[in-house]
Design a protein around this ligand. Structure first.
Ligand code: GDP
Length: 197
């Protein structure tokens, strides 16, 4: 087990409430239902760690988990959920933007996308906006067990093509599955590596 210890620390409604101890953190974000909770549970090896399939868009809090006494795993709220009001979407957007642009201890952002889908507008727009904040990010393809290897490769290639229109350097991309645990070691080793720098 790569995670020896995973502790829930707190939920924060805004950046000012987040832990202020200067510990490095690695955040996970994606549209509602992309499989973020399942991935976090898979990575930490703790099934109840993040809640799977809570009412989409309802929990708009920043959740901090302390991993192996050494770094924070941060569960950010899902974006792109249509059923919330415009006003609450705006508050949510401001909170996430503030977190991404100003959280000094954020080392890397993992952006989750569904491996079965062609690049989605809401995801591409979110990724595009990351260019302004200059935060390092990685693309995680979720639910890879649900499609064939060739379809997965095709979808990853399409993503690379799409992103290369805008980015000189492509981000790292990792295929994962909460079912088969595909990508677990790659994600955890990548975080360990970054955390040693
Ligand atoms: P979240 O809203 O992004 O936190 O998504 P959840 O983790 O709640 O997952 C949404 C739905 O997708 C649930 O029904 C999960 O069981 C399912 N799911 C999530 N990850 C996987 C995966 O890797 N493989 C498969 N087959 N289903 C998944």
């Amino acid at each position: 087990n790569l995670v020896k210890k995973a502790l829930f620390v707190k939920s924060s409604a805004k950046i000012e409430e987040c832990p202020a101890d200067g510990i490095n953190e690695y955040a996970f974000i994606g549209r509602s239902n992309v499989g973020k909770s399942s991935l976090i549970n898979m990575l930490t090896g703790q099934n109840g760690m993040a809640k799977v399939s809570q009412t989409p868009g309802k929990t708009q809090l920043i959740n901090h988990y302390f991993i192996n006494g050494s770094w924070y795993l941060v569960d950010l709220p899902g974006y792109g959920f249509a059923k919330t009001s415009k006003a609450s979407r705006a508050i949510f957007h401001a909170m996430i933007t503030n977190y991404i642009q100003n959280r000094e201890t954020l080392i890397n952002l993992f952006v989750l996308v569904d491996s079965r889908l062609e690049p989605q507008k809401v995801d591409l727009e979110f990724i595009s906006a990351l260019g302004e904040s200059q935060v390092p990010f990685t693309i995680i393809f979720t639910k890879a067990d649900k499609i064939s290897k060739s379809a997965l490769q095709r979808n990853i290639a399409t993503y690379q093509e799409e992103l290369s229109k805008e980015w000189d350097e492509l981000p790292k991309m990792i295929a994962t599955s909460a079912e088969s645990k595909l990508g677990r070691e790659e994600v955890m080793h990548f975080i360990d590596e970054l955390n040693r720098l």
